[in-house]
Design a protein around this ligand. Structure first.
Ligand SMILES: Cc1cc2nc3c(=O)[nH]c(=O)nc-3n(C[C@H](O)[C@H](O)[C@H](O)COP(=O)(O)OP(=O)(O)OC[C@H]3O[C@@H](n4cnc5c(N)ncnc54)[C@H](O)[C@@H]3O)c2cc1C
Length: 458
């Protein structure tokens, strides 16, 4: 592999003529879209993969590629590329309480919990592989293409759009351009997969609750804002393997501060908090991070010799998978006739840890698995989308609800102090925490009021 491959461009092949038809259009080539395009091409579908960015490109992130992602990167054939590229091996997680107590949690089976590597590298590996697979299967890849409109079949005999869809009928394709709005191009497909992240145009077109100002007001609990920087030489975080760190800090709760080493003495350092909680603070995101690094003694000391990498300070949003109050306390709707949403476009970020890559990859695989080229040749039906959502929520709903409960616990400073303080001394709590890294049942135990009360009393 070429040195610093992540700085090279990625070959996309010829641009298809406007009006071309595909089996699947994938809008967005981040981890979710790249995985969807890759899985679809491996299944023999003709795919059009579109992204408004041109590689190499960065994505603001904590850069942790957790355990849930590993089977997918292996199936897509990029595990070797990932391991050959500079990275940090995650062996566990370190939590600290507002009082400054620390606990370290590792997987009970001693296995790796994942990798940390800059998204500049990870997304390059994913997009390059997806492009190879898509082109081999007769599809097309267009970078620098902004999707501006989702096209619908609004004919009277179209399928029932389902609740919340107004008069819209089936999604039949997209329109957009490569920079010149006067020269729009349109493409059609049986299925359009929305993988365009937090502002995905497909999600905006087919889901009522979208991040578009007016709607978000009621939904601020379900979106986080986060800020990221890269630092060199942070004391205690210069090795190439070890724990990733989450810190709960007086004055900035219920947000959390992370230090995720990426290897070679560099760390991804950031701060995340829900939009609603951010409003309660006088400082903005950058100000809160500066406060932690410059004024909180235990971090001021660790950053005293550290150097901020110029140009690395960036903020972005995370659409959380916390249960919505309507209906059955499930995440956000993820389908329409003709379309499925995956990753951030389906609002699947873990509300406790902020991880979204694993769920993006998982939802990509599930979405592609619900498409049948022959049966859906005249359009992906609403019922197939509903089946995808049932399976998706069946797999993720339980853990996202538990993560939401854990996120809510972090609102109480005394509880964090007590919990982390107690966990340092109590074998049973440490066991529950370590097991919760791999078991859904252990996660439920952790959030059970009975378990917490028993720990408090005994
Ligand atoms: C500060 C921060 C820290 C985070 N830390 C972590 C972490 O450590 N680990 C983790 O697992 N997750 C983390 N997340 C969440 C993670 O970044 C996302 O969940 C993940 O990127 C989702 O992948 P995706 O493919 O769904 O969307 P994205 O990665 O957002 O990709 C969307 C793609 O769609 C393209 N696009 C958007 N609009 C259009 C359009 N109109 N036309 C064409 N293309 C379009 C974009 O250019 C982009 O390439 C973090 C998020 C933030 C903001």
């Amino acid at each position: 592999m070429a040195d610093r491959f992540w700085e090279q461009s990625i070959e996309g092949g010829p641009q298809p003529a406007s009006g071309s038809r595909f089996d699947i259009i994938v809008v967005g080539g981040g981890p979710g879209g790249a995985a969807a395009a890759g899985y679809a091409a491996l299944a023999g579908h003709r795919v059009l993969l579109l992204d408004k960015a041109i590689w190499p490109r960065d994505k603001t992130c904590g850069d942790a590629v957790g355990g849930k992602s590993l089977s997918h990167v292996e199936e897509l054939g990029v595990l070797e590329r990932l391991e050959a590229s500079p990275h940090f091996n995650i062996t566990g997680v370190l939590f600290s309480s507002p009082r400054g107590d620390e606990i370290r949690v590792s997987r009970p089976d001693g296995q790796l919990s994942g990798y940390v590597l800059p998204r500049l590298q990870f997304d390059h590996i994913m997009f390059q592989r997806a492009s190879e697979l898509v082109l081999q299967a007769g599809g097309a890849v267009v970078q620098g293409f902004s999707v501006r409109e989702v096209l619908f079949d609004n004919s009277a005999n179209g399928p029932d759009p389902g609740p919340g869809m107004g008069n819209l009928r089936r999604v039949i394709g997209i329109a957009g351009d490569t920079g010149d709005r006067a020269r729009p191009l349109s493409f059609s497909a049986s299925l359009t997969i929305g993988a365009g992240g937090v502002h995905c145009p497909v999600a905006t077109a087919v889901v009522q609750e979208t991040y578009d100002g007016r709607m978000v007001d009621r939904q601020k609990l379900h979106y986080s804002a986060a800020f990221r920087q890269y630092w060199r030489n942070v004391t205690g975080a210069t090795a190439d393997s070890g724990p990733v760190e989450f810190h709960y800090i007086e004055g900035v709760l219920p947000g959390y501060f992370w230090i995720f080493p990426v290897g070679n003495g560099v760390c991804n350092v950031g701060f995340g908090i829900t939009l609603r909680d951010l409003e309660l603070h006088e400082r903005k995101l950058r100000g809160l991070q500066e406060y932690i690094i410059n004024e909180v003694p235990r971090f001021r000391d660790r950053f005293a010799q550290a150097e901020l990498i110029a140009g690395s300070s960036r903020g972005w949003q995370l659409p959380l998978g916390s249960p919505r109050p309507s209906g059955k306390l499930q995440p956000r709707r993820a389908f329409a006739a003709g379309a499925m949403l995956i990753g951030d476009a389906a609002s699947l970020v873990d509300p406790f840890t902020g991880e979204g890559i694993g769920n993006a990859l998982l939802s990509a695989k599930l979405a592609v698995g619900h498409f049948d080229r022959e049966a859906h040749a005249r359009g992906f039906p609403l019922e197939a989308g509903a089946r995808y959502q049932r399976v998706l929520w069946g797999k993720l709903g339980y853990e996202l609800r538990n993560s939401y409960k854990l996120q809510r616990l972090t609102r109480r400073r005394w509880l964090l102090n007590w919990f982390i303080g107690k966990a340092r001394r109590k074998a049973e709590l440490q066991r529950a925490l370590t097991e919760s890294m791999i078991s859904r049942e252990a996660q439920a135990t952790l959030t059970s009021p009975f378990f917490l009360l028993r720990q408090l009393l005994f």
